[in-house]
Write a new protein. Sequence first.
Length: 227
Amino acid sequence: MKKIIIAIDGFSSTGKSTVAKQLAKELNYIYVDTGAMYRAVTYFALENDLIGEDFFHIEKLIERLDDIKITFKYNKDLGFAEVYLNGRNIEKDIRTLKVSRYVSPIATISEVRQKLVEQQQLMGKDKGIVMDGRDIGTVVFPDAELKIFMTASAETRAKRRYKELLERGHNLSYEEVLENVTTRDRIDSSREDSPLRKADNAIEIDNSDLTIEEQVDSLVKLAKTIV
Ligand code: DC
């Protein structure tokens, strides 16, 4: 059967990756979480004191971009590919609120975007891929056969993310999570290079009142109408 590229963009914590992962499984496609790649660069910057509370050494980070090697390795038990930084599994380390706080400023740097977009385009060259992020339908794969733009209210998204972080044992308040979600929305949508926006031909889905299963089912059906 003909394979296609499915681009899923949208605001933070809309549940894009959960839906994208299951959609890829149903279609036997590869799933790529591009947010994990920006988070990996952020993790590197934090570890190397290139960004912090009151400093951001942009030029130094740009100089060190060649030292950053991001790879994905499929974990059979988890059923998805985990992200590695220079050979080290950092899948769990990048899901903290600390990384979430610094990732949007890091994602504004054009040199970072250029490096990651190039790698993403290579991953999709044989199609059969579901990729989620902020600029997949607009910049990475403007010719993707199926483009989805996911939305939900900031409160709905913050509640979901808060629950998820609590379940993983993080100690924080709902207000902190809501603040992070709204700040990231603002930075991601207003940055100069590849701002988050709905591609003209993307299908918008507000999933505030939809279950994961409902979303996956309708996307599988949609994908099958295209191939
Ligand atoms: O999907 P996520 O929340 O893990 O993404 C983390 C951040 O990375 C997000 O706030 C903006 C940035 N990002 C981006 O700029 N472009 C992408 N394609 C994916 C993520």
